[in-house]
Design a protein around this ligand. Structure first.
Ligand SMILES: Nc1ncnc2c1ncn2[C@@H]1O[C@H](COP(=O)(O)OP(=O)(O)OP(=O)(O)O)[C@@H](O)[C@H]1O
Ligand SMILES: [Mg+2]
Length: 160
């Protein structure tokens, strides 16, 4: 499939999702925001683990789910913030934690449950919808919503 600025792919295991994430991590550009959308246990955090790998984040900075910490920060080729909106009562909680400054800076910002905080996310971002289609199978639908995001999605298409 895939029209302009979209890319669709599937994985058949956790390891394949790590590999897909690693490919994304290799393509990250400073200032890019990625929004991850998908039900509980679809593989949002698994994808971020792969992104960290591709972004050269060393193993000792192990990626864990920010469900309770809300924000985890990592130092890689591109600095990376990993946020989780699942437990928030409202998007303003992320504003209070400084998400605007993170988005405005040179880091990559990755948000799990992005659909819950869409009002505070930038217009130019990559929207990634993950669907569980079986015990081990997942589909990933990427959409670039602006120029920088589109460049990222097109690079992913060329890699495939
Ligand atoms: N193809 C796959 N890709 C990713 N994870 C998979 C896949 N197949 C099975 N799994 C399993 O699905 C689970 C995904 O967990 P993960 O924490 O990444 O999900 P999540 O979307 O971040 O969940 P939450 O909404 O709780 O944050 C893991 O237990 C993993 O082993
Ligand atoms: Mg998660």
């Amino acid at each position: 499939m895939s029209g302009k600025c979209t890319y669709h792919t599937t994985t058949a295991s956790h390891d394949e999702t790590i590999k897909l994430g690693a490919c994304m991590g290799d393509q990250l550009s400073p200032g890019l925001t990625l929004g991850l959308v998908g039900q509980l246990g679809t593989g949002k955090t698994a994808l971020v683990k792969g992104i960290a790998k591709g972004n050269n984040i060393p193993d000792h900075q192990q990626v864990t789910s920010p469900t309770f910490t809300l924000i985890n920060e990592y130092t890689g080729r591109v600095p990376m913030y990993h946020l989780d909106a699942y437990r928030l009562k409202n998007p303003g909680e992320l504003v209070a934690l400084g998400i605007d400054e993170m988005i405005a800076g040179d880091a990559t910002v990755i948000v799990e449950w992005a659909d819950r905080v869409i009002s505070i996310l930038p217009a130019d971002m990559v929207w990634i919808e993950i669907t569980s289609t079986g015990e081990q199978t997942r589909t990933f639908h990427l959409r670039g919503l602006g120029e920088q995001a589109c460049t990222f999605v097109e690079a992913m298409r060329r890699q495939s």
